[in-house]
Design a binder for this molecule. Sequence first.
Ligand code: ADP
Length: 582
Amino acid sequence: MSIFKDLWWFFKQEKRSYLPGVFLLALVAFLELIPPRIVGLTVDYIAEGNLTSDLIWKLMLILLGTAIIVYILRYLWRIMIFGPSVRLARLLRNNLYEHFTKMSPSFYQRRRVGDLMAHSTNDLQAIQQTAGVGVLTLVDSLMTGGFVLIAMATMISWKLTLICLIPLPIMALATNFYGSLLHKTFHKAQAAFSSLNDKVQESVNGVKVIKTFGQEKEEINEFEKQAEDVVKKNVTVARIDSLFDPTIGLIIGISFFLALAFGSHYVLQGELTIGELISFTTYLGLLIWPMLAFGWLFNIVERGRASYDRVSALLKEEVDIKDVDSPKKEVPTGDIIYNVDTFTYPTEDEALLKDIKFELRQGETLGVVGKTGSGKTTLLKILLREFDGIQGNITIGSRSIHQYSLDALRKAIGYVPQDHFLFSATIADNIAFAVPDASFEDIINAARLANIHDDIIGFTDGYQTMVGERGVSLSGGQKQRLSIARALLMNPEVLILDDSLSAVDAKTEESILLALKENRQGKTTIITSHRLSAIGHAHLILVLDNGNVVQKGTHDELMEEDGWYRDMYHRQQLESLVEHGG
Ligand code: ADP
């Protein structure tokens, strides 16, 4: 029940809704004591032979009146207790979403997307149930149970009430036993559901690969296996759940048995009237609901507890890339100086980058080349502070990148990643993603610079064409150029093209690079590429190998040196000649 303590902050916040709700619940529980007593009184009037038609009407009116009032009050408490529970789910959902957007890539490396989806859906639903149905069952079962017991003991017979309570300890034991069993099985069911979520997410994302390799059958089989597992585990939960009701039924049955056996004895002895015995057994029937409700309560609270713990753990997970206290809010500009002794990924033990030291004047272009996996992207990501594990320092305009707020730092940098992502929105919206209030002229201008304008006006709806999952299919090169246009519209202090020209042909690449040169006077550009032609014009070129800078200089300087750069340059020239039939 500790979950109610943990949710206390919310109950307090919503006390204007919960308090009247609980009061109405208590009122209904009290009003429900009336009908059984009326029935008992009627029987006694009949037995004594003094039931008049006038009296019948009065009794019937009381019954009807009670029913109508209970009907209205039940409607009202439902709104008052279930309403806030929906608001709790909304609040937690918003908190989770905000938290997700703050987390760094290493968080998404640690957590499976399927789990995160399950937390945002199933877990929130379980918490909502606790704050709604959970509160209802707790209050209602306590109130109804308490009132009924008091009515039985005070209005009818405390002796008979005590006798009928004898089977109750068995119920406490059963509840405890089923409760802990439920806890274990529910955890397993939830974990299986997470895996299934993960599977669906992966398959939907990778559906093209699955089809190309003709693996649909295998995928379907695998999915069915996992879905079967989810069903099995949920059936186990349901089985334990459904053992509960018959157990309660049995216990109540024993209570009825005791009530009739001892009650009729008291009637014969003249201690009770027949009407009182009838009222008593009807009250006993009213106890079934609170006891059943207690069983449900265990179930609901068990789920709520587990879900709340998981969601809280997620929300408590520290944002690992944070601003320093009172960071500089102005967008950084100026020379970029890398003075990095080592960089180590949070999940790794060994440093990936070693001894990365170079200076880049404002407005210059840096080219970074090297084999796949040599650390080019990593070198850029530490500038963006996607990861923080550097020994040493990187400065922009003579101030460490750590002194700026993350927001300011990232506003200074337009990053076009290798794995570009387009949203399900129009082309114009995708380009204007980082500058939502950009004018249409600016959007067109950025598209022109990125050499995609002509492609866009060729689409039926031009800039209003939808892209993404529900839109037009773009080629790899078109997507790349759209991503470049998106970064160019920001007109960032530092533009980073991370192998972003790989899918465009050499001529388009050349024209984009030329446009960049003309339009980015005074602004810094960093380009990583497999094609050396893309960085030939750079003021500084770094050749990386295994996380080290193995060569450094301008194109002309590197062509003088015997090394990877010159070898690769010659090889690519030869390839290009062959390609063009030379
Ligand atoms: P490049 O851009 O030159 O192809 P990367 O910088 O992408 O190289 O990767 C360099 C190395 O760092 C690779 O061995 C890769 O496996 C590793 N790596 C990349 N990202 C991560 C990460 N998030 N955590 C751990 N290792 C990573």
